[in-house]
Design a protein around this ligand. Structure first.
Ligand code: OGA
Ligand code: NI
Length: 370
């Protein structure tokens, strides 16, 4: 037991019999990690202590910048489009991650989205508590650690999530402090998603509309998550987000200037350094599955930071919590005698349910491998 900590903190107890009640006590505060920090916590509670990772950080001097792809002109100029398509192909095969510039979402919308996330998490706790839930079917879900009861160590972050597309959320279901910007961002990111799915289809030598037309428009489902990473008093002992890959087709991520996002590349952690005005795009597990391993869904994590809060906004394309019966598996056009299917067919909902049940950090794709 650590002495002198303020009220509301979670006691340091390693006994697993007590772990459940500790988790429950933390959950019941409905105040998340921000609540601990606001309460003045100076040592991280045992629930958040993370095992050391076996992979080293890449040295800062190595040339390890994920590709930045400029989308300027892709809609108008066929030569530019061809160049972008081949850069996307290369980035998807080798990195699984890239950043996009001139993606069509105005800088003011990106800035306001980050502000909206800050406003949500920094509003009066009593207002915030009203939308605290673990029921993913609610139109707006705020909580800390969606996998609280299944993960081995908690993440130093709080999150909200909701469905942005195919239908926009009802305004009255969204918190007032970020309602307008969520709707505006949703419209913008839906358009960007369409462009990206076209470019990805072309990079697989498929018809532009292939991925969009496939699976009854499943790629137009967008689930979003606004993340808030409060400053952490002992960042080396905690983790912002456990290493994982995404249960989406594609993820479009907006991050602020703080940094901490890293991807696992050739067994080393590489920083995805914030570049103002860009968005991070990464391949999700479902795109790896349907491309039969051609495109890589790469593991990534977020370090806890001393200087936050850090905010980020992830849009998971092709991800929905609603059940759907549509099965999909490796794309037939990409298969041959030399390249037989590597995965079983599944539904997006089954995949996401498995992902959520296992908790962050458990490799999910392997479960569907033939
Ligand atoms: C995610 C994710 C990274 C970040 O939400 O899946 O990886 O920077 N987020 O918050
Ligand atoms: Ni992720």
């Amino acid at each position: 037991m650590v002495e002198g900590e303020v009220e509301g903190r979670v006691k340091m107890i390693n006994n697993s019999d007590d772990r459940m009640s500790e988790l429950k006590a933390f959950d019941d505060t409905k105040s998340g990690v921000k609540g601990l920090v606001d309460g003045g916590v100076t040592k991280i509670p045992a629930l958040f202590q993370h095992p050391l990772d076996k992979f080293p950080n890449a040295s800062k001097t190595e040339h390890t910048m994920i590709p930045v792809i400029d989308l300027e002109g892709v809609a108008k100029d066929p030569i530019t489009r061809q160049q972008v398509v081949s850069r996307i192909k290369e980035a998807s095969e080798t990195w699984g991650f890239f950043q996009v510039l001139n993606h069509g979402i105005p800088e003011s919308v990106l800035e306001e989205m980050k502000e909206g996330i800050r406003r949500f998490f920094e509003q009066d706790i009593e207002v915030k508590k009203q939308v605290y839930t673990r029921d993913d079917m609610k139109p707006f879900v705020y909580n800390s650690n969606f996998d609280l009861y299944s993960s081995p160590a908690l993440n130093w972050r709080d999150s909200f999530s909701c469905q942005l597309a195919p239908e926009p959320p009802k305004p009255q279901d969204l918190p007032e402090v970020c309602r307008d910007i969520l709707l505006e961002y949703g419209t913008n990111v839906t358009k960007l998603g369409i462009t990206l799915f076209e470019l990805f289809s072309e990079s697989l030598n498929l018809h532009s509309n292939y991925l969009r037309d496939m699976e009854l428009g499943i790629t137009e489902q967008i689930r979003c998550a606004g993340h808030y990473y409060p400053p952490c008093p002992e960042p080396e002992l905690a983790i912002g987000t456990t290493k994982h890959s995404d249960a989406s087709f594609l993820t479009v991520l907006l991050q602020d200037h703080i940094g901490g996002l890293q991807i696992l590349h050739n067994d080393k952690w590489i920083d995805v350094r914030p570049v103002p005005g860009t968005l991070v795009v990464n391949i999700g597990d479902l795109l790896q599955l349907i491309t039969n391993d051609r495109f890589k869904s790469v593991q990534h994590r977020v370090l806890a930071n001393l200087i936050g809060p850090r905010v980020s906004f992830a849009c998971f394309m092709g991800s929905s919590v609603k059940p759907s019966s549509k099965l999909f598996g490796p794309i037939k056009e990409l298969l041959s005698e030399d390249s037989p299917p590597k995965y079983k067919e599944t539904t997006a909902a089954e995949y996401v349910a498995y992902f959520c049940a296992k908790g962050l950090g458990i490799p999910v794709l392997e479960h569907f491998r033939i």
